[in-house]
Ligand binder design. Structure first.
Ligand code: GRG
Length: 305
């Protein structure tokens, strides 16, 4: 029947996510083998292979495939995105920053390996991410594309990107005058720019046109901000459950969040709007080919953790 045919061709997003995460995990495992000096490689592998959702590398692969490239072509760049994401988590958890004991359900890197090694394992992951892109795409991707990816990535994580966003976040902590504009700037820089870079890099590697690079970039920026708005909403709803339906943690703490600055209902409306805008950016692509990126946007909007 028509219905059965539709089911058969329906895109299985859960299966896509699962199989891509397995490929990424295998590639990461191979990219960072245990070698001398064992301690730093153990520390790098401990956090890298601790089982995150792999959203960033999967975005890179999906964007590459969207414009006609392959998973294989995108994989070194995809792995680099996860290495950088992981190092930002290691450093974020340090006593001098968030001072967290747990990450991805395990003890944080510095709790297991000590602060010095945790800092250096992060530095090594950051450095290796660039080396890995350059070395592992040398024979498969045109060098002008590799160069563009490397400069996009450098910009995305430096003082104009993730590191800058983190400093702005630390500086604004406990400042009651932080408004929506500052909050959005922090979220865009701490979170959205790396997601954007993951998508744009995949598109570049896959041979995208300028227009396709711009479209996928704007899609990713909306998804990145959405990620953070949803995170803020989850913080409120999660802690209200924990507190027995009383005020959520972030409504009482001094951290600026979307629900706190605009109210929970408006924050939910904003999330819906960002999801619509993200999808709109992909409307010029073949819907079957855009299915993974559309699915990823829904996944980020609807996730429960
Ligand atoms: C990147 C050069 C450089 C420095 C790092 C510490 C720091 C500077 C920045 C902090 C960045 C940070 C922790 C941003 C939050 C990112 C975020 C949304 C994390 C959660 O991502 P998920 O849900 O996590 O994708 P999993 O564990 O699934 O990978």
């Amino acid at each position: 029947s028509e219905q059965a045919k539709e089911k058969a061709t329906e895109f299985d997003f859960k299966e896509y996510l699962h199989s891509k995460a397995i490929s990424v995990n295998e590639a990461l495992e191979r990219a960072v083998p245990l070698r001398y000096p064992e301690k730093i490689h153990e520390a790098m592998r401990y956090s890298l292979l601790a089982g995150g959702k792999r959203i960033r590398p999967i975005l890179t692969i999906a964007a590459c495939e969207l414009v006609g490239g392959s998973e294989e072509l995108a994989m070194p760049t995809a792995c680099a995105m996860e290495m950088i994401h992981t190092m930002s988590l290691i450093h974020d958890d340090l006593p001098s920053m968030d001072n967290d004991d747990l990450r991805r359900g395990k003890l944080t890197n510095h709790k297991v390996f000590g602060e010095g090694t945790a800092v250096l394992a992060g530095d090594a992951l950051l450095s290796f991410a660039f080396e890995h892109i350059a070395v592992s795409t040398r024979k498969t991707v045109a060098s002008h594309r590799v160069l563009r990816v490397v400069s996009e990535l450098g910009k995305a994580i430096g003082s104009q990107g993730v590191a800058g966003g983190q400093v702005a976040d630390i500086t604004s902590e406990g400042d009651p005058s932080v408004g929506l504009e500052t909050l959005e700037w922090i979220h865009i820089h701490k979170t959205a720019v790396l997601l954007e870079c993951a998508v744009v890099s995949g598109a570049i590697i896959g041979g995208a046109s300028e227009n396709e690079i711009e479209r996928t970039g704007r899609y990713a920026r909306c998804v990145g901000l959405l990620f953070q708005v949803v995170d803020d909403i989850l913080d409120v709803t999660r802690s209200s459950e924990e507190l027995g339906k009383t005020a959520g943690k972030d409504l009482v703490s001094d951290k600026a969040t979307y629900p706190k600055l605009m109210g929970l209902e408006k924050a939910k409306e904003f999330a819906d709007e960002l999801l619509d805008r993200a999808k709109e950016e992909l409307s010029c692509f073949n819907p079957a080919k855009a299915a993974p990126l559309l699915g990823l946007a829904d996944y980020i909007a609807l996730r429960q953790n």
